[in-house]
Design a protein around this ligand. Structure first.
Ligand SMILES: [Zn+2]
Length: 244
């Protein structure tokens, strides 16, 4: 039976991170980080969700599970003919990723919040300016005219914990797939090559309510792990050729 499920997620980053956006907080750098209304940096819900979705797509493709290729509508469920051909024997119109995250023709079952810093001491903002240098490939020397400045977020190690929430009205097996997806990213944001945004540890607390007016109850980890296993069993069944 589906329930109103909330996943309270904490990522502890090993390094600073940089989600560059359009925010105008510091116009003197070439690329500034995304920030919230209080000036603190954050990972916008759309970036978090996008990364988690993309990682789940890669994992399922590697397992030979039929998954479409968004965002082009012709390659997105239910219009990707090759994917649809493999899903129909199972009575499905949408691949497991669209089923959870939605497509233009299927509403998303999950809603992501922004990932924000757990500790935000007053009077500080965890942003530092960095400079990067382009190296001329033929001469191997730095090109002065190619110095660019960018912001990185994260600050002291004590401030490296980001927290956010994902909600949905979900079946246990869908929670299992969502938890699997949330565990996949190894980094957030740009500048991965510079060692930014590396994810260290992840904690997820799952709560659920069977009625909108009931109070949320914590789901124990063993139960969540059994949902994860169920989810993997269900999606990998799609990878096998359908019985005729
Ligand atoms: Zn799809």
């Amino acid at each position: 039976m589906p329930a109103l499920v909330e996943l309270h997620v904490r990522y502890r980053l090993q390094t600073a991170y940089a989600i560059h956006g359009d925010s105008e907080h510091s116009s003197h750098v070439d690329r500034s980080v995304e920030r919230g209304p209080d000036g603190w940096p954050l990972i916008p819900a759309s970036s978090w969700r996008g990364r988690v979705r993309a990682q789940l797509e890669s994992l399922l493709r590697a397992l030979n599970v039929p998954v479409c290729y968004p965002p082009a509508p012709a390659n997105t469920c239910p219009h990707d003919a090759a994917v649809l051909r493999r899903l129909r024997p199972y009575g499905r119109w949408f691949c497991p990723v669209c089923d959870l995250f939605g497509s233009a023709w299927h509403p998303s079952r999950v809603q992501f919040d922004d990932l924000v810093h757990l500790h935000r001491p007053r009077g500080t903002i965890a942003v530092a300016e960095r400079v990067s240098v382009s190296i001329n490939r033929s001469t191997g020397s730095a090109e002065e005219q190619h110095l660019t400045s960018f912001e990185a977020a994260g600050g002291d190690e004590a401030l490296h914990t980001l927290t956010g929430r994902v909600r949905g009205y979900l079946e246990p097996v869908q929670v299992g797939l969502l938890v699997t997806a949330l565990r996949l990213p190894t980094h957030f944001g740009a500048e991965k090559a510079r060692g930014l945004g590396l994810i260290g540890t992840l904690e997820i607390e799952t709560t659920q309510r069977t009625h909108p007016w009931s109070s949320p109850a914590v789901v124990d980890e063993k139960t969540v792990e059994s949902w994860v296993e169920q989810a993997l069993e269900e999606v990998t069944r799609l990878a096998a050729p359908a019985a005729v």
